[in-house]
Design a protein around this ligand. Sequence first.
Ligand SMILES: [Zn+2]
Length: 266
Amino acid sequence: MGRRIIIGIVLAVIAVSYTYFSSEEQDVPVTGRQQRVAMSDEQQQQLGLQAYDQTLAEEQENVVSSGAQHDQVQRVAKRIAKVGGEDKPEFDWDVTLLQRDEANAFCLPGGKIVVFTGLLDVAKTDDELATVMAHEVAHAVAEHGAERIFREQLTSRAVTAASGAFADDPQRYVQVASLLGAGAQFGLSLPWSRAQESESDHIGLIYMARAGYKPEAAITFWTRMSKAGGGSVPEYLATHPSGATRIKQIQGWIPEAKREAREDPA
Ligand SMILES: [Zn+2]
């Protein structure tokens, strides 16, 4: 092994250690997993709000602001946000329904939710709609975006340091951060890791139970979603794993969800 390579590795280790230990460790709600994230709650909220405003401005003519579907989305979001807000009281929750054929929904960092009307063709009941909303809200509450950016930082700083230029790289940070905004802009969720998806399934199930919805609806909904044909559904599935393993995992969490169930969420 050449001397330069060894120096590169040493610098990479120093850079990664510095980034890692200068971040704060925190617990994910519900699962209690310890995580490190790249941004403060306030930074995440600003980023989310920016992406939300941008989405609404670009999709102005598609915003659904009245009618049965609008009312349903508002009704379910209100209950899920109330539960999510117990873990993230500083989030500023809001939901917008957009007229779009895709079966999709996402929740931005900070609590802004966007739902496409195409989702309401697959989610037949309030309980099923709550399944998706709680899952998306869980991604935001568990700060999966900021966690992902933190991992990106670790990688990029290791690469930067190894190449001999050990310097903080705000440009890279901005690049990755803008990925979140871009995701919202195109109505796509970030491609979460498998572990993050599982965690959101778990937290989401607990949240829907706490909000007074039937956790069993998650089974019927995700099963239908994975079987649903049509041009719009595969796009959501591209970013969200499905299949027997996922259903089995959700079934395993149902007893816990039932213990968390609240009959009368005022
Ligand atoms: Zn997800």
